[in-house]
Design a binder for this molecule. Structure first.
Ligand SMILES: NC(=O)c1ccc[n+]([C@@H]2O[C@H](COP(=O)([O-])OP(=O)(O)OC[C@H]3O[C@@H](n4cnc5c(N)ncnc54)[C@H](O)[C@@H]3O)[C@@H](O)[C@H]2O)c1
Length: 343
């Protein structure tokens, strides 16, 4: 389909310039977009990014002082080949659970017609963020890990941890054990209750960071991002052949581990340089081998030997949200889900 044909199709469902489609979180979830689709959509987003076929400025943000370590990011993304121009406005407030019994991550997406720039849809972004972040980590594992790994690890068992565990087998089909660890033991139980029915490998509670890191060939983490790292994982526990994939930056790791990796990748160099500029890497960024998307696109080599230590540090990119929101808007319009509101 050509761009103007797509616009015409959109316009048959939403009168562009007069209406917007509003899709709630529950409705987004009901659309039936599968994990396999999300894995593929995020893989495509990474590849577009790797080939520089996107426009994606580094996030800009504000940091309300109402809680520690808050962030609210504006994330515009444009993928011309997919006719998607959008922005995510998302927040992360780590004390929400304790203070308000609310999730720490929130957000909305605005999807625009890239021919005229007008808004077409506003959708929930919480489900998008949860799914695409875990799927990006799994895509990282597909290209960077020893994919015959039998044991993986998950540190941080909240919203992201649960979803990461559900995505691991897309990249690591031979897993027979997933070790999980969280400073809050109840979070581990909740993860197992939710994810075990979906996952083939046995999910096992670990007793410590050490147990996870010394046994897992691929270690995923999604705990809490803090501006200055508070390392819990000793450098000597990490060995060659492991792959460390983080959605929570360097928070848990010793700087020596980050700097001695054979390959250190990030999702967007521009983003991480920006984060370094506002103080997130007090010891400085390691030498960056490349971007996750460059490996997914085949521009740079992923894992080249079984013994390499590889680190993949992804903070999340708007182009991943863009691929997701395009699928959501299309599916919602096809299935007549959501409601039209006047502009
Ligand atoms: N990279 C991305 O694209 C992206 C996107 C969304 C969220 N995130 C990040 O992922 C992380 C998790 O988000 P979430 O929505 O799952 O939050 P959540 O609050 O649902 O879960 C976080 C879990 O981590 C645990 N935890 C906190 N500190 C820990 C530590 N030092 N060691 C082990 N466990 C610890 C908590 O007990 C909690 O169970 C956050 O840091 C968030 O900023 C990253």
């Amino acid at each position: 389909m050509k761009s103007l044909e797509y616009r015409e199709w959109l316009n048959q469902h939403v009168k562009i310039g007069q209406e917007v489609l509003w899709v709630t979180q529950a409705e987004v979830e009901e659309l039936g977009i599968t994990r396999q689709e999300v894995f593929d959509l995020t893989g495509k987003a990474l590849a577009y990014h790797g080939r520089k076929e996107v426009e994606m400025p580094a996030k800009i943000g504000i940091h309300p002082k109402t809680q520690a370590n808050t962030l609210m990011h504006a994330m515009p993304g444009y993928i011309p080949a997919e006719f998607v121009a959008c922005v995510k406005w998302g927040g992360c407030f780590p004390e929400n659970r304790e203070k308000f019994n609310l999730a720490q991550t929130s957000g909305l997406m605005v999807f625009n017609d890239h021919e005229s720039g007008l808004p077409v849809a506003v959708t929930d972004a919480v489900w998008i963020t949860k799914m695409r972040t875990a799927a990006v980590s799994a895509n990282g594992a597909k290209y960077l890990a020893n994919t015959d790994a039998r044991v993986s690890g998950m540190i941080g068992c909240g919203v992201q941890g649960k979803e990461h565990v559900k995505f691991m087998e897309f990249a690591l089909p031979k897993l027979d054990k997933i070790l999980v660890y969280d400073v809050n033991p109840a979070a581990m139980d909740a993860l197992i209750a939710e994810a075990q029915p979906i996952v083939k490998a046995k999910i096992v509670k670990a007793a410590s960071f050490e147990e996870v890191v010394k046994n897992a060939e691929v270690v995923f983490s999604a705990s809490t991002i803090t501006a200055s790292p508070s390392p819990r994982i000793k450098d000597e526990w990490v060995t060659g052949g492991q792959t460390l994939i983080m959605a929570d930056m360097h928070t848990l790791y010793d700087d020596r581990t980050m700097k001695r990796a054979d390959k250190y990748l990030v999702d967007s160099i521009e983003e991480h340089v920006y984060f370094a500029g506002i103080g997130y890497y007090p010891h400085g960024l390691p030498n960056i081998y490349g971007e996750t998307g460059e490996v997914v696109a085949g521009i740079k080599k992923g894992r080249e030997s079984r013994s390499e230590l590889i680190v993949d540090n992804n903070t999340g990119m708007s182009v991943e949200d863009a691929m997701m929101v395009r699928a959501i808007v299309d599916r919602a319009l096809e299935k007549k889900v959501g409601r039209l509101l006047p502009l």
